[in-house]
Design a protein around this ligand. Structure first.
Ligand code: FES
Length: 582
């Protein structure tokens, strides 16, 4: 047990006993009805009730195997003397939800929080995988502070097409650009589609799902080694069973999210994100999660802490390999050990195992130095996330240097402006569009409030006439997000967003824009008086939704620079049991 944590005394009365303990009419109502599932009376003797919060859904294919995996979690819970109950929770599927799954992350988090607090759950196993499922369940659990542990579904096996690895998402963008450039036929694209997703599991690149699985492990919220085990590897099932065993002891010890999610844990996660070349989406999700536990994390922490972290994980989209090879090389524990050796890890940070992160990783080995690179030959010296500021992004914007082109890191170009995503789609393939590779593509109205939901459209595809010249990258700027599987010199999350009247809203075709990543600057080269004149007459084209979740979202979602959480959901509301209605 880490020095920083003192376990609660055991035995003691758990919160589930408010439902199941004693012989009152209310207890018999709660307990008696559950007995219709065939549970013997002694199951209700005060042992920990473990909610297995499952994001399985037929429409969340990345999590499609989680019902099967939940059986292993249950086995672990029974073995350790707990009582497992599987509870379906909101599953924010990345590849299904429109306008974007991100619009539902907060709704899912709110549903999870209430499902935990309102029901007889002493501890929770968060069964997640697809991008938004991980942060939404972590956020919900953090706001109840009920003992919780993450087990992810694991990544898919490698995609292979014509002798080459093909990565989820990454090759979708590549192939679609190749079709536009006339280098690939539509038939070949369809053939590649069939080769892309070979097994159950999440995207096999270091996209957002793999990044968030790594973040959960680096934060200490998952057992060591969880992030990289492929979905179909038998060791994934073992991990699920061990997770089920572990949560029972966590409940007995009362080892809570707030004991684990400390400032040190977030700093470890930020540095880990730099080392793995992780997704820019982690910025938003970790800022939101920190807001739930009262850790004062800012965008500037991302820049400061990640700046000197070399990216050593050679995975797509920044590198060559996929999650399967990352697992065979030793996975995230090797990366954490490397950070620890470089003095970039808070070694005493507590994990769900009850041990420190350093105790978990100090004895691991790297089994493949082409996948987890030696310190002397990183993918890039400056991993992490660059946070840019300037008159175009007073509250900040982000760029992922490891996915960008070195020759564009300092660039001045003429703006070609798309007023929203429909405008972009309508004009990008027009041969008459006045654009060349020196221009800066600007996309507006794609932030949290503008899209709405902040879709992953920031890595706008290039115009065909530029692609045909063999050009594969241009500077692109928006208030959108970008898929973690994507790449390019793409400035994202510009804040304040256009829909809130940020300066992005008043950029016009022909304005000159300067990007200077080394100096963290994003500048609109237009006189300040002119900017103010344009802002004074600007009116938001975003409609104010009337009714339903869309209205709630519009009125309460925060900016990307603070995690895009709802203002009323920040903070921890605890696990207090409400009044009984019976
Ligand atoms: Fe679900 Fe990538 S779309 S993990």
């Amino acid at each position: 047990m880490s020095k920083s944590f003192t376990p609660a005394p055991w035995p003691r009365k758990l919160r589930s006993q408010h439902w199941y303990g004693g012989n009152s009419r209310d207890t018999i109502y709660h307990r008696g009805w559950l007995k219709n599932q065939g549970y013997p009376h002694d199951i209700f003797d005060g042992r920990p009730v473990i909610g297995i919060l499952n994001t399985w859904s037929d429409l969340t294919p990345c999590n499609g195997h989680l019902r099967d995996l939940a059986e292993k979690v249950k086995a672990g819970v029974w073995e350790a003397g707990g009582f497992p109950v599987e509870v379906p929770v909101f599953s924010a599927s990345e590849n299904t939800y429109r306008p974007t799954a991100m619009m539902y992350r907060n709704l899912a988090a709110m549903a999870v929080e209430e499902a935990m607090r309102g029901q007889p759950i002493d501890g929770a196993v968060l069964m997640v995988g697809c991008d938004k499922t991980t942060p939404s369940l972590l956020m919900g659990a953090a706001s109840t502070d009920i003992p919780s542990i993450v087990v992810t579904g694991g990544p898919m096996l490698n995609g292979w097409f014509r002798g080459e690895r093909i990565g989820s998402g990454t090759h979708l963008w590549k192939f679609s650009e190749a079709v536009k450039a006339g280098e690939m036929t539509q038939e070949e694209f369809l053939e590649a589609e069939a080769a892309m997703s070979r097994s159950s599991g999440t995207c096999n690149t270091m996209g957002t799902a793999s990044t968030m699985a790594s973040m959960a492990e680096a934060l200490g919220m998952a057992l060591s080694g969880n992030a990289a085990i492929p979905a179909v590897d038998s060791r994934r099932r073992v991990m699920a069973q061990l997770t089920g065993r572990r949560i029972v002891q966590m409940v007995k010890d009362d080892l809570k999210p707030s004991d684990i999610l400390t400032r040190e844990a977030f700093e470890n996660a930020i540095r880990t994100n730099g080392a793995i070349g992780g997704s820019t989406n982690a910025v938003i999700h970790l800022l939101a999660l920190a807001g739930r536990v009262g850790v004062d994390l800012t965008l500037d922490d991302w820049d400061r802490l990640g700046r000197d972290v070399p990216t050593i994980v050679n995975l797509m989209p920044s590198g060559q390999y996929l999650m399967e090879e990352f697992f065979y090389a030793g996975g995230l524990p090797v990366v954490l050990k490397r950070l620890g050796e470089a003095g970039l890890l808070h070694q005493e940070a507590l994990t769900v195992s009850g041990r420190s992160v350093w105790d978990e990783v100090k004895d691991v080995r790297n089994w493949n130095e082409e996948v987890i690179l030696p310190a002397e030959h990183p993918l890039t010296d400056q991993g992490g996330i660059a946070v840019l500021r300037g008159n175009l992004a007073p509250d900040g914007a982000v760029l992922k240097p490891s996915a960008a082109s070195p020759h564009l890191m300092r660039h001045r170009g003429r703006a070609v402006v798309f007023e929203d995503i429909d405008d972009y789609k309508a004009r990008i393939n027009d041969e008459a569009l006045d654009i060349d590779e020196t221009c800066v593509m600007v996309l507006k109205m794609c932030g949290p409030r503008g899209y709405p939901g902040m879709a992953e459209v920031g890595n706008m595809g290039l115009p065909p006439k530029v692609l045909r010249k063999g050009i594969t990258d241009m500077v692109r700027i928006s208030d959108a997000r970008m898929s973690g599987t994507a790449y390019g010199t793409v400035v994202l999350h510009v804040s304040p967003e256009a829909a809130r009247g940020g300066p992005l809203a008043i950029v016009r075709n022909g304005d000159m824009i300067e990007l200077d990543v080394p100096n963290r600057r994003l500048h609109l080269d237009v006189p300040q008086e002119e900017i103010e004149r344009r802002l004074a007459v600007w009116q938001s084209p975003a409609p104010h939704p009337q009714g339903g979740y869309a209205q709630l979202f519009h009125e309460h979602v925060g900016g990307a620079d603070t995690g895009a959480d709802f203002d009323f959901l920040r903070g921890c509301r605890g696990r207090e049991v409400g009044k009984d209605s019976h």
